[in-house]
Design a protein around this ligand. Sequence first.
Ligand SMILES: Cc1cc2nc3c(=O)[nH]c(=O)nc-3n(C[C@H](O)[C@H](O)[C@H](O)COP(=O)(O)O)c2cc1C
Length: 499
Amino acid sequence: MATSYLRARAALRPLLRNKSPRFSLRTSPNRRPNSTSTSAPSSAPPPPPLPPTSEPAAGFSRAKAITVGTALSLTAYALYYYATDTRASFHKFIVPPALRLLFPDAEDAHHFGTHALKTLYQFGLHPRERVLDVDASGNKPLAVTVFGTELSNPIGISAGLDKDADIPDQLFALGAGVVEVGGCTPFPQEGNPKPRVFRVPGTDGLINRYGLNSKGADAMAQRLGERLRDFARSIGMTEREVMDEGIEGVPTGSLQPGRLLCVQVAKNKKTDEKDVEAVKRDYVYCVKRLAPYADVLVVNVSSPNTPGLRDLQAAGPLTALLGAVVEEAQKTRRKTKPRVMVKVSPDEDDDTQMEGVVQAVWNSGVDGVIVGNTTKRRTGLVPEGVRLTAQEQKNIMEEGGYSGPALFDQTLKLVGRYRKMLDSHSLKIEGVGSGFSSQKVIFATGGITNGEQALKVLNAGASVAMVYTGMVYGGSGTVTRIKNEMRQKLAIEGKKKDA
Ligand SMILES: Cc1cc2nc3c(=O)[nH]c(=O)nc-3n(C[C@H](O)[C@H](O)[C@H](O)COP(=O)(O)O)c2cc1C
């Protein structure tokens, strides 16, 4: 046994001797003998010179490390670039279904989405639009002028997605020309008991009865004030200077060139809608607190989930309410005063009701109308051939306002009708020389999910097409996709005209 062991060692000796230099090569070609070693006497002979094979091997391993490092960095960058680009199909095909799976309650998914956008933004990892609204030749095919500001594009994100103005910049980054935050009530209120948001994926629709849950006007003013102060500091000015002097080409609300920030205001649930003075006080309080940060103030009289709110659309109370809001908005200590719009329901659609709104708009000096909101109707929501699951059938009958593609036809019709009514009224008023601006602005909301629909409402007389539910099902690339579809359609139509 001992002999065979010795014989084996003798046979392995050359290999064992070679092992040590090879190892030392890998660690460092210039490696010095260990000075703390006590095992070798100081007079020990110097180590044998390193074999010549050491240099190429070291070079190889360094090259390998650099290659692997570069490959990893490139992969990480490609992943970052892909995941933060609104064109990435993963934003449409992975994120929304995953959220539905992970969060059976649609409200939880909403909160998660808001929180995720906020956190990702802090680390520069949020989704953003990388296609510019200006093309290589400097043309802006989608530009539209609204309230004297040239918007880079006419797509807006509708109220309710960012109820408390937590993520306006994150929403602008998705490519929207207009972002509407709110609805905000003067004092904080909880809204209705949960669950209060229900999905109907079979129709790409939602039912919500949030009931204007809001952290209140003071909290929103604080957040928007901080945002303005951060902006002012970043350009070496004070908040007051930005408000008093303005920045050429940058609206004071959005703080971004070519974009507008709308802030939506509403009354508290407990304020009696029949007490017009109390209602006015609610809205005026919101205006006092929020007007300094808004390009446009939106008066919400159309949410279906606050009892009696829609009654405020009648000509009498609406004129009084809008008049009070316009008056207060004019007092805003700022170079450019915020404009005022009113958001009206798609359900109050007979001529008399609409004529009442139009009269109130002209008589109060409001600048425009947001046409549409969720509907209380439950007919015609399911396209032919679509079969809903038992859960969806239950959800679609939940109390609240329905939103989704089924609203589109009504939105389009109402935009056309409001356009006509508002314009014909303007002719009458101009005839008596009132000095009002000649055309009221319309924004459209309700069932808009693609470029073709956006173009249709714009051609019917709206200046901005707004989306909400389309983003819930289509993900954070929805605005980019809609704009892309619009550009393609416009290019095709342009070619046809040239031919
Ligand atoms: C969950 C949810 C919350 C909403 N909250 C508000 C709101 O606070 N104020 C408001 O005016 N509209 C609100 N809306 C209505 C939307 O702004 C939009 O007008 C409506 O959903 C129709 O557009 P859509 O079909 O693109 O969703 C809400 C809609 C949804 C789905």
